[in-house]
Structures are given as C-alpha cells and as structure tokens.
Design a protein around this ligand. Structure first.
Ligand SMILES: Cc1ncc(COP(=O)(O)O)c(C=O)c1O
Length: 391
C-alpha cells in the first residue's frame, strides 16, 4: 500500500473514515465496457420522460436562474402535499415538505438534525451503504443490526434491535421496502418499531422511497404515515429518482413535523441553500402529471421481478426469494468466497454489472445484488449470462 499523503492524514478523522462505496467500485471497474448490461445501480433504463424535462428546460430558458426558496418553491411543496393526500391517509401542510438536493442529501440533513459526534444510529443490515457513510461523516457511529435471513427471506428481529440500543443511540434509519434485501415492514412491524422508538426516545429516519414498488397486495407498502402521530420524531426522506426516472437530477425531499420548519430551513441554507428553481418546476410537473409514468415504471419492475424469479427457478446453487418490495434481487450464491471477486468476474466474463453483497455490509458476503427495473428483454439476456457464470 502506498504511504498516506499528509493531506489525507490531516483531514478530519470522520472524512478519513468515510468508506469507499462497493457499488461505485464495481461501476468504476466496469464503466464504459461495450455491451455491458448495467444492473449494479439503483436505476432503470428509461430516461426522464420528456414532459418533465421540458418543464425544466422552459423554466431555465425562461430565466428562472436566480436564488430561490431554501425549503422549496411553494408550487412544489403544494404538489407534494397533494401527492401525499392521494397516497397516504390524512391531509398535508405544504410547510411540512423540504426540497433537498437528492434523497441522499435528505438523509444527510436528517442525520445532521438527529446525531453528531459519538452518537449512534441503528441501521438494519445488509443495507444501502450511504446512510452509514453519511453517519460517519457527521461523526456519528452507524450500528448495524443484522436482519435474520432464511432461504433468502429477511426479517427484522426486534430483540436484536433492542439489544443494540445504548445511551448514545439517537436514531434508527429504517428503509422499507429495503435496498438491497427487499425486506418490507408489515403494518404490525411498523407498529412495533414505532413503539420501540418512542420507548427509547429515538428519531426514526424513515426511508420509504420504494413504497410504490410493492409486490404484495395493495397499492403501496405500509408506511409510518399510516400509524404515526404528528408529534412523533419521524423524518421521512424521499426522492424523485426512482418513481420518475430522475436519478441524474439529484432532487429529493424531507417530510417532517411542522415545528421543525425553521431548523430544516437552516440546515438547507448552510448546505446547498436550496435546489435550482428550474429543477423544482420539473418536480412539480412530475408530481402533478406523472402518475401514468410511475405506474408504467412499477409495471415494468413487476415484470422484471418475474423474469428474475423465472430465470432462477431450479438453480440450486442460488438461494433467492422474490422480494416483497423495491426493485432488487439479492442472490445468495452457495460457495461464493468473495462477492467482490464475483461481481468483477460477472463484469469481465458475463458482461453484466452487479453490485457485490459486501457493498451492503459484512452480512452481505456471499450475495450479489441486481436491479430489475428495466426491460424484460435485456434482463432475460443478463440473467442468462449471469447463470452461465454462476452455474
Ligand atoms: C434506500 C435508498 N435511499 C435513498 C436513496 C437515494 O436516492 P437519490 O440520492 O438518488 O435521491 C437510494 C438510492 O439508491 C436508496 O436506495
């Protein structure tokens, strides 16, 4: 290993400790390979629909290039309140929505509000690594709580969660439906988790970004919005990335209790000072006129899930249960010594980009994650190629 540069050695400890993303390592390894089918990232193969892009373009050309509202333009926050009114119980005040520069930044701001130096944040794992990374950068300690796993089915063990609580625990990051496992909290599980958080005085950072990608009965996954009181310490983080194919836009939001309005406005002011107004015009149009596209995207992912299930049926080296939610297959490969090596070899030998299970924590060793939010045709080819290697 090359010696550490004094520049790195003099960086703040949390910055030094920020881990390299295992997903990005795979992407960097295989980026621009000809003919590669990219199933490594959490995004589909459809570009943002034109009517959304046109709203941004028109606003940009029309001169909406000035500083704007820190918390988000009123039209977008109203559109979010309306969207929530259509999909969740109750009515929503536009002042409880805060526009952020991505779901990732919504998480970062939520952590800034809840935990800092030496504080602990519980994260059921395997989990999307970025919440832990953001906790580390904030000086906090991510405490992973392993899911139970049997036959590819994951379960959140409440005893294990309770055992992980210490006097320094400030928050629980709960992602349901979950990336990468597909675990999705039932209504009853959410009731248990909320009682647990109330008992220990914890914040919940509720990452329900995949709630519309739900494969059991019902139009969406169970949400804390179904059961929580307005004064519960819950910060809902969300994003335009997945529902409206806007991963590259970097725009998301937080839904939070009204009394936090000024605190969140300040946290936004001292991070990005707000999201570009022309982008917010696109977000407004997406929410108000984009339901057909969300439904189209969900239907495609549902078919993708089926393609993966069909392809894996009868392969006894791979343990896999179709996920209850989100759009990932998390495959446990019997006898796999290194997920990372497997993911590199799938890039080299199969021409398919996957994310190594270890990108999602030590519990992910032996697993490989693929994203199935894409065309059935390309997914079928990818599965054929993957199985040829893993066989
Ligand atoms: C669980 C989860 N939360 C949040 C995000 C953040 O999405 P973005 O930063 O693209 O808005 C992702 C992206 O993959 C995710 O998987």
């Amino acid at each position: 290993m090359s010696p550490m540069s004094p520049l790195v050695a003099n960086a703040r400890q949390p910055a030094q400790r920020a881990p390299i993303s295992g997903i990005i390592t795979a992407v960097n390894y295989g980026r621009d390979r000809e003919g590669l089918i990219p199933l490594w990232a959490g995004e589909g193969d459809l570009p943002t629909p034109r009517f959304i892009s046109e709203a941004a373009a028109a606003a940009l050309i029309g001169g909406e290039t000035f500083y704007t509202h820190q918390r988000g333009i009123p039209e977008l926050r109203q559109a979010l309140a309306d969207y929530y009114g259509r999909h969740f119980p109750g009515t929503y005040d536009p002042d409880t929505f805060f526009i952020t520069g991505s779901g990732m930044q919504a998480i970062q701001i939520s952590i800034a509000l809840t935990a800092g130096d030496g504080d602990e944040i519980l994260i059921p794992s395997p989990s999307w690594p970025n919440a832990a990374g953001a906790a580390i950068i904030a000086g906090a300690k991510p405490v992973t709580v392993p899911f139970d796993e049997e036959g590819g089915v994951f379960n959140l063990n409440m005893d294990r969660l309770a055992a992980a609580v210490t006097p320094r625990t400030k928050a629980l990051f709960l992602n349901s439906p979950a990336n990468p496992t597909g675990w999705t909290a039932s209504h009853d599980k959410l009731v248990e988790v909320l009682a647990f958080a109330r008992q220990h005085g914890l914040w919940i950072i509720a990452d329900e970004i995949y709630s519309r990608f739900y494969w059991l009965d019902g139009p969406r996954a169970p949400s804390f919005l179904d059961i929580a009181d307005p004064e519960d310490r819950i910060l809902y983080v969300n994003t335009f990335s997945k529902n409206w194919a806007m991963t590259g836009w970097r725009m998301g939001w937080i839904h939070a209790p009204l009394p936090l309005k000024q605190t969140l406005e300040n946290l936004i002011q001292y991070s990005t000072s707000g999201v570009a107004q022309f982008m917010q015009r696109a977000g407004t149009v997406a929410l108000n006129d984009g339901e057909w596209f969300v439904e189209h995207t969900i239907a495609r992912a549902r078919r993708g899930r089926q393609v993966v299930s069909d392809a894996l049926a009868g392969h006894n080296r791979i343990t896999y249960a179709p996920p209850d939610g989100a759009f990932y297959a998390f495959l446990k490969v019997d006898g796999l010594a290194s997920s990372q090596a497997a993911s590199f070899s799938l890039i080299d030998d199969a021409g398919v980009g996957t994310a190594p299970g270890t990108a999602f924590g030590a519990e992910g060793e032996g697993f490989v994650r693929i994203c199935f939010a894409r065309s059935e045709e390309s997914l079928s080819v990818a599965m054929e190629r993957i199985l040829q290697i893993l066989r």
